[in-house]
Every structure is written in C-alpha cells, then in structure tokens.
Design a binder for this molecule. Structure first.
Ligand SMILES: [Zn+2]
Length: 279
C-alpha cells in the first residue's frame, strides 16, 4: 500500500479535470453502453471479496476503541470515588456501597447516553436513505449523473466513472448512493441496543478493578493496592487506545495515568478534609 501513495493522484493522470457538469454529462449519456454481463459478474465477485475487509475492520476498530474508552471511564471515575471515600472513612461497607453505586450509576449513564446518541444517528441515517430512495425514484437520470460526478471526484476518469456508476446503479442503486454519497452502509446501520449494552459492560469491567482493589485488601494496604492497580490499568488502556488509533503509545500512557492520578489525588484530598471536619 505504501508504493501506491507515492504515485501521483489518479486525477492527475486521468487527463482533463471534470469540466462544466451539464455538458459533460450530456455527452456521457450518449456514450457507449454498459459492460457485458460477464464483466458485471466479475465486478460482483470483486466487490463481494473486497467489501468485508474495509467495513468489518472499521467496525471492529470502532467497537474496540469504544470498549477501551468505556473501561477507562469506569476505572477513573470509580477509582476517584472510592479513594475519595477512603480519605474520609475506613469503613468497608461505606467503601463497598460507594464503589457499587458508582459502578451502577456510571455504567447505566454510559449505556443511556450511548443509546440516545446512536438512536439519533440511526434516525438521521434512515432519513437520509429515505430521501435518497425518493430521489432515485423521481429523478434517476440526475442521480446517475450525481453518482458519476462523485466517483470522478474520487479520481476516476469521466468514462470510467460513468461506467462504474451505470454498473453500480444496475446492481443496487440505493446501496451505491448510500455508500458513495452518504458514507453509510444501509445493511449495517448502528444498533442502539448493542452500543448501550457494550458500553455498560465496558464501564462495569473497568469499574470492578478499583472497587475490588479498595474492598478486598486489609485497611493498611487498601490505598497503595488501589493506586498501583489503577495506574497500571490506565497505562495499559492508554497503550491500547494509542495502538488502536495508531498514535504514539508513550505519551498516551503517561497522559492517561496522569489523569487518573490527578482524579484520585483530588478526591482523596476532598475526602480527607471532609473526614477531618465531620468525624
Ligand atoms: Zn444520490
């Protein structure tokens, strides 16, 4: 893949830039007929083969990234909560109650937020697809021109773009427009419930670590165990999210652990002050 990025962009090689749309398109319509059935089948196979890779990889990366971020949230917020309470009291029941309440409140809030945002996104994608379906029904010629223009903008010559647009339209016009024009796969719209359950689980998994770390050890080991395990986990999630985003891992790990350390320091300070005043 690196070799092809050294070549000049396709439109540089393809000759004349897309000219005044109206004239070009009129010529294109009069041009040669679409490819033979045999060519169409070959293109079918090629797309069937190429399609799962890009889409599946992108989806999997998004899911992983959301999972790591959710777990990270669960670690930081619950760690801040239980360390803050530990600053005020050594009572194990109070620590367990605070940690559990934080875990449930956080995971449900994450799930609800995710549900709302993914539902909204899906509604607007559905509306865009419905509009596209109507346009395809009412003005198929203009839509074919539009698809041709979009493909040409991506670096195909006018002739090839026209050919591609005609073939894509013959096979599944709505799908082609959804993908090229809207960047949506109509068969793979985001599912709000999936997103909600996934972020609930991710947050819970992250929150369990500081909860167990503060409740299980003896009173004297409680804070060091929690701080060490939380910082180690944040280094790990920082590294992982940097890897997923192809960013530099070192800085991400430091930043992530630093944020968690700051959260615990602030809540521990506040808890200690409150404990000193109230008890
Ligand atoms: Zn369209």
């Amino acid at each position: 893949m690196t070799a092809s990025s050294d070549e000049p962009p396709a439109e540089d090689r393809a000759g004349p830039p897309p000219g005044p749309p109206a004239e070009n398109r009129a010529e294109d319509r009069a041009g040669p007929p679409p490819g033979t059935p045999a060519e169409g089948r070959a293109a079918d196979r090629a797309e069937l083969h190429a399609e799962p890779h890009g889409a599946a990889l992108g989806t999997r990366l998004n899911w992983l990234r959301a999972a790591v971020l959710g777990a990270n949230d669960g670690i930081v917020s619950t760690a801040g909560l239980v360390v803050g309470v530990a600053g005020a009291t050594g009572d194990r029941t109070a620590l367990l109650t605070a940690g559990l309440a934080g875990l449930l409140a956080g995971s449900m809030s994450m799930a609800a937020g995710e549900y709302v945002s993914v539902s909204t996104q899906r509604d607007s994608e559905r509306a865009a697809i419905a509009l596209e379906r109507r346009e395809l029904r009412e003005q198929p010629d203009a839509e074919l021109d539009e698809l041709t223009g979009l493909l040409a903008d991506r670096g195909l010559s006018r002739e090839v773009a026209r050919e591609a647009a005609v073939q894509l339209t013959e096979r599944d016009a709505l799908r082609a427009h959804a993908r090229v024009e809207l960047g949506i796969d109509p068969d793979a719209l985001a599912e709000p419930w999936h997103a909600a359950v996934a972020s609930f689980l991710a947050f819970t998994a992250g929150a369990l670590l500081p909860l167990l770390a503060i409740v299980l050890p003896s009173a004297s080991a409680r804070l060091p165990v929690t701080v060490c395990s939380v910082l180690s986990a944040l280094v790990l999630t920082g590294w992982w999210s940097a890897r997923l985003g192809a960013a530099r891992a070192g800085r991400a790990m430091l930043r992530n652990a630093g944020g968690g350390a700051l959260a615990m320091a602030v809540t521990y300070g506040a808890g200690s002050l409150l404990g000193a005043v109230a008890l």
